[in-house]
Write a protein that binds this ligand. Structure first.
Ligand SMILES: Cc1cc2nc3c(=O)[nH]c(=O)nc-3n(C[C@H](O)[C@H](O)[C@H](O)COP(=O)(O)OP(=O)(O)OC[C@H]3O[C@@H](n4cnc5c(N)ncnc54)[C@H](O)[C@@H]3O)c2cc1C
Length: 387
């Protein structure tokens, strides 16, 4: 029997555990997760977007599979004693750009997305103003609109996967991996905070923002670090029509969310690492003026607080590693999702099951998300939105 230890029971670890359980590997798999409340984990802090617009085709393919699973969750994720509904609904995404170079790359990306089956079209701002008359689209020339992109409740998706995996017999240990024993070039055991030791034949690192610490336990370095994302809620005094999640390539993002409006902010220039401060002055001084410029109704808004979460940012290229680490060939790294892991978790669960049971990717070829590119320092070209 192969003993598989999954380090981290967020959506990624749980989707992998579920896929392995469905394939009949129940007895072999243990998920080690220290915090059943997931207080600091990324998953419950995610916004919940399942967006189909990406610049890397594999990311589009993974999102399409995320759409398939999340839009019919009760049919795809079964076996739990309690069921959860992630409440998938279609909100659409609108990516706004300015300048000839950005338009050319948006057009190329849209051609690729269409070829993969995504409904997406580019509109000039005059047409966008006709559709969304409250918005000025100042500073944008065109926008790519994909009306089918979805929105889910991230915590329900996590709990749905976890309870289904547990219902099928997977064990979740409330503990933390504090060390990995390596003999030759293979991990032989996981040492736990409680003092226990788990013998292992395969280790899967799904510790997200903590994944670099887990890599360090086997002596490898990975350029993945926590990167703060701040989310600010606000109410609008004047009504605004229903609009898709809007994102400017320069980073500004606004959407309707659970009866309020939501504006996200990441400062790529700040040092990586955990920082739980919500900077209200960033909203007041930096985001609010942009909101008011984009939509006059947002001149008289009422800020309603917000929250902070962290992306597991892959500083090499903003894309994940889903691969065996070649210097430690029974250590599988699944991290670096850089802000889009929730939508990709169903595809990653299936892909890791294929890597382990079939010896390679079968459904979507994810071989470009390799460990080798980290060692060689060769980023995947990606001119899509980074946050
Ligand atoms: C503000 C914000 C908004 C986002 N919005 C979106 C979105 O709209 N769409 C989207 O697709 N994605 C979004 N994301 C990204 C998404 O949340 C993540 O990519 C995804 O949740 C990662 O899941 P995970 O299981 O890898 O990580 P996590 O949920 O962080 O789980 C990792 C787990 O590992 C555990 N762990 C850590 N160290 C150890 C150890 N030593 N031993 C055992 N366990 C350990 C932790 O306790 C944690 O529970 C967003 C993220 C943030 C922060």
């Amino acid at each position: 029997m192969r003993r598989i230890v999954i380090i981290g029971g967020g959506i990624m670890g749980s989707a992998i555990a579920y896929s392995l359980a469905r394939a009949g590997m129940v007895a072999e798999v243990t998920v080690v997760e220290p915090d059943p409340t997931y207080e600091f984990a990324a998953t419950p802090r995610a916004v919940g977007g399942v967006r189909l617009q990406h610049a890397v085709p594999e990311n589009v393919q993974m999102s399409l599979y995320g759409d398939t699973v999340y839009s019919a969750f009760d049919q795809h994720v079964t076996g739990g004693k309690v069921t959860f509904d992630p409440q998938f609904h279609r909100i659409g995404y609108l990516f706004l750009v300015e300048g000839a170079e950005a338009i050319a790359s948006l057009e190329a990306n849209v051609r690729m997305q269409k070829a993969l089956g995504v409904e997406v079209d580019i509109f000039e701002t005059a047409e966008l103003r006709r559709r969304y008359p409250s918005f000025t689209f100042a500073g944008s020339d065109v926008g790519a609109l994909s009306p089918g992109d979805g929105q889910i409740d991230p915590n329900a998706a996590l709990m749905g996967y976890r309870r289904a995996a547990e219902g099928l017999g997977i064990t979740y240990l409330k503990d933390r991996v504090v060390g990995l024993d390596v003999a030759g070039n293979r991990v032989t055991a996981a040492r736990l905070e409680s003092g226990a030791t788990l013998p292992v034949e395969i280790v899967i690192n799904t510790a997200n923002c903590w994944s670099a610490d887990v890599c360090a336990m086997v002596g490898v370095k990975v350029p993945i670090e926590p990167m703060r994302r701040q989310q600010f809620h606000f109410l609008s005094q004047d009504p605004v029509e229903t609009f898709p999640a809007m994102r400017h390539l320069r980073g500004f993002a606004v959407r309707q969310h659970s009866g309020v409006y939501l504006c996200g902010h990441t400062n790529f220039n700040e040092p990586g690492g955990f920082n739980w401060d919500l900077q209200h002055e960033v909203f007041e001084e930096h985001l609010w003026p942009q909101l008011a410029e984009q939509c006059h109704a947002f001149e008289t808004i009422k800020p309603r607080g917000g929250w902070v979460g962290h992306y597991d940012m892959n500083r090499l290229d903003g894309n994940p590693v889903i691969d065996w680490v070649d210097s430690v060939p029974n250590f599988l790294l699944c991290a670096g999702f850089s802000g889009h892991g929730l939508q990709h978790a169903p595809a990653v669960g299936r892909a890791v099951k294929e890597l382990i049971l079939d010896g390679g990717f079968r459904s979507i070829d994810l071989s470009r998300f390799s460990w080798r590119r980290i060692v060689d320092g060769t980023p995947i070209p990606d001119d899509g939105p980074k946050a």
